[in-house]
Structure formats: C-alpha cells, structure tokens
Design a protein around this ligand. Structure first.
Ligand code: 5GP
Length: 173
C-alpha cells in the first residue's frame, strides 16, 4: 500500500526560505569564502540549492555518517562512512544537514570537525525538531522549525524512498 504523505512545506516555500538563508550567509561571510560540508545523503538537495544562493566564493565537500543503534533512535555513537576529501584547517566551514532531531549525530560531528583546525564551524539545517533534542546543538542557520513528526522529501527518505519529492511532507502511519 502506498504511504500517505501530507504536504508540510511546498517547493515554493522551501525555495523562498533557502533564498533568505543564502542572503543571510552571504552577508555574514562578506569578504570571506565558505566551505560547505554537506552530510550525505539527505542534505544534498538542500546544500546544492543553498550553495547557488550564496554570493561569496563557495567550496564543497561531503561526508557520510551513520549512527549505531536501532533505526529510529540514534545512539550518539557515530561511524564515519565517508570522510572529507580535503583538509579544513584555516577554512570557514558551514556544515549543511537535512534535519537536527535528537542532536546526537551533529553533536558528535561538530566536535569531530572542530578538532581539525577550521577557522570556524557553523551549522545550517533545513529542518530543526527542538522537541526531540537530547544533546545541546547550536543551529546557526535554520530553515524551518517543525513539530515532532517524521518527514520526507527534499532529500529526506523513508526506507530510502521519497528523497526526490520536491516538497517536504509528513508520512502518515
Ligand atoms: P539525530 O542524530 O539528530 O537524532 O538524527 C539526525 C538524522 O536522523 C538526520 O540526519 C536524518 O537522517 C534522521 N532523521 C531524523 N528525523 C527525521 C525525519 O523526520 N525524517 C527523516 N527522513 N529522517 C530523519
């Protein structure tokens, strides 16, 4: 049976918000360059659209991580499946993530990246579910604050499906 998905944010709303984030980041990083680290796979759609809206020079790298534990609750013990291609020392890094949920993954990842000698490390998340937070994570740039629901689309999956939906929707179970 097909899953029922109700639209939370339309493609137009997401595009408009990403444009605003791009403008804000361009202003904040005026005179500098931004090194975006996009977290595979969920953040790729968002990171590419965001990068296009940033007017200062942008370089791009990717990282893939997974959390040990069961599939619904991340454990906080994170495995790096694909590390960065380039060193980040001296760079102004923005980690771009699809969603911050418990904060376990980002808390580990930000600690890990901060030890690698970057000039600065900031976090930009398309979605933020503060109600679910277990670890304190400072989200510097947030697309949308959402309630505690399982969302898909715009890069986010349900069993690897729905990443390609152009909108963000809630899976009704
Ligand atoms: P955290 O470590 O913050 O609990 O987990 C972050 C990761 O859990 C995200 O990168 C994402 O892969 C997954 N995740 C958390 N909430 C959702 C959700 O509502 N929908 C989807 N598709 N993935 C989610």
């Amino acid at each position: 049976m097909a899953d029922r998905i109700s639209v939370l944010y339309t493609e137009e709303e997401i595009t408009a918000r990403i444009r605003e984030l791009g403008e804000q980041i361009s202003k904040d990083y005026e005179g500098r360059s931004v090194h975006i680290i996009a977290i595979l796979k969920g953040a790729t759609f968002f990171a590419c659209e965001l990068a296009k809206r940033i007017t200062v020079p942008v370089t791009l790298d990717f990282m893939s991580v997974s959390s040990y534990g069961d599939s619904t609750v991340s454990s906080g013990i994170v495995k790096i499946n694909k590390d960065l291609d380039e060193p980040i020392d001296g760079k102004d890094v923005i980690v771009v993530e699809d969603i911050v949920d418990t904060g376990n993954t980002l808390s580990y990842l930000l600690d890990n990246l901060e030890k690698r000698g970057a000039s600065s490390v900031k976090l930009c998340a398309l979605l933020n579910k503060p109600e679910r937070r277990l670890k304190d994570v400072n989200v510097d740039y947030t697309g949308f604050i959402i309630p505690d629901a399982f969302v898909v689309g715009y890069g986010l999956d349900y069993a690897q499906k729905y990443r390609n939906l152009p909108y963000i929707g809630i899976v009704e179970t």
